[in-house]
Design a protein around this ligand. Structure first.
Ligand SMILES: [Fe+2]
Ligand SMILES: [Fe+2]
Length: 357
């Protein structure tokens, strides 16, 4: 039974062996069932977050992990994190965040825009990590079959804050209020004139691939940015919605038969439903953010099989920190390296208390 189904791809990635397909153990062995988990916004430039990744472990040999972007800004950091996770999880599926697409001036990899993205895709293929450019894998464990669909869509400044009618008006108001994403400095879009042009090309390319999917096969859509505007309504700075997605994807959860939508970017981890479709914001976020919510970063969220609220609690493919497991290099933020996102200058991480359910 093949684990992967080639849907439509211009290339052939390295894929796990078909004979490693997840199988539910017999009940009498009491082992946990293989599952698909998701996490995003690992931001491993922060030592505390890097330590979190260093101790992430699957619960079974057949667990999958979705990594929905913002692993880090430096190519070497992205490689370290994805290699660490790919060595442990049966399958790792990655969708790029805006931070991976930055070109930090001190990164030895100075590729920009699409070339940087393709460099990361090539890196993922060496690691056996599934990217948006690869055949979309089909989860055939409990809750399957379901196509796991990583997306690279960006944003196009069409999610307008209330009280504005056009992108131009909204951007002007945001800039006047000095509420602008750091992407404006570090995210290059070559060869596209701007991020909206790159986003448009990605949306059109992806729609063609999605149209080729078997309509009987449900999906888990994975994108760094939310597919609908709903989650941006809880932003502390509503202007940041301009850097958080595109109106053109607002119906994708219905059109492409989504069982769930996985996203990050907002740093407001929560579960909510749009048109009855489960939407999971699975971000870890910056240490100052997750420490405001608890002693540990949020564990990866189980996506499949879906556990209703009255079922077992999220099992967390994650070993809680212990004194012995905590690397000695763990320090508090901010990490003393260049290009640390300044507080309040990155994604809208300042949701009002209670916004992150
Ligand atoms: Fe992030
Ligand atoms: Fe982000």
């Amino acid at each position: 039974m093949p684990t992967f189904s080639a849907v439509k791809s211009a290339s052939t990635p390295r894929t796990p062996s078909p004979d490693r397909a997840p199988r539910r153990p017999e009940r009498h062995d009491r082992a946990p069932a293989p599952a698909v988990y998701a996490v995003s916004d690992l931001h491993v430039r922060y030592p505390a977050n890097r330590a979190f990744v260093a101790r992430l472990r699957p619960r079974t040999d057949h667990d999958w992990l979705i990594v929905a972007g913002d692993v880090g800004e430096f190519a070497a950091d992205v490689e370290w994190a994805l290699r660490t996770l790919a060595d442990r999880f049966h399958t790792v599926v990655w969708a790029p965040g805006n931070h991976e697409l930055w070109t930090p001036p001190t990164d030895p990899v100075q590729l920009r825009g699409e070339q940087r993205y393709l460099h990361l895709v090539a890196l993922c293929r060496r690691l056996g990590v599934v990217t948006p450019e690869d055949p979309w894998p089909v989860w055939r464990g409990e809750g399957g079959p379901v196509a796991i669909v990583p997306l690279h869509l960006l944003y196009d400044h069409t999610l307008l804050p209330a009280g504005t009618a056009t992108t131009e008006e909204a951007l002007a108001r945001a800039r006047a209020a000095d509420i602008v994403s750091t992407d404006e400095v570090h995210l290059h879009t070559d060869p596209y004139p701007g991020v909206a042009d790159w986003c448009r090309a990605r949306v059109e390319l992806t729609e063609r691939r999605l149209a080729a999917l078997d309509p009987e096969l449900p999906t888990v859509l994975v994108n760094h940015f939310p597919l609908t505007a709903h989650p941006t309504r809880t932003l502390h700075h509503p202007e940041f919605a301009l850097w958080c997605g595109a109106r053109r994807t607002a119906h994708w959860h219905r059109r492409y038969h989504a069982l769930a939508v996985v996203y990050g970017h907002l740093h407001i981890p929560r579960t909510h439903f749009v048109d009855g479709v489960r939407c999971e914001e699975v971000s870890v976020g910056y240490p100052r953010e997750w420490r405001a919510r608890g002693e540990q970063p949020p564990a990866p969220r189980r996506i499949l099989p879906f556990a209703p609220a009255d079922d077992e609690p999220a099992p967390a493919a994650y070993e809680p920190a212990t004194a012995a497991a905590e690397p000695a290099t763990v320090t508090d933020e901010p990490t003393p390296v260049p290009l640390t996102p300044a507080p309040g200058a990155d994604e809208p991480a300042t949701a009002p208390p209670g916004a992150a359910a």
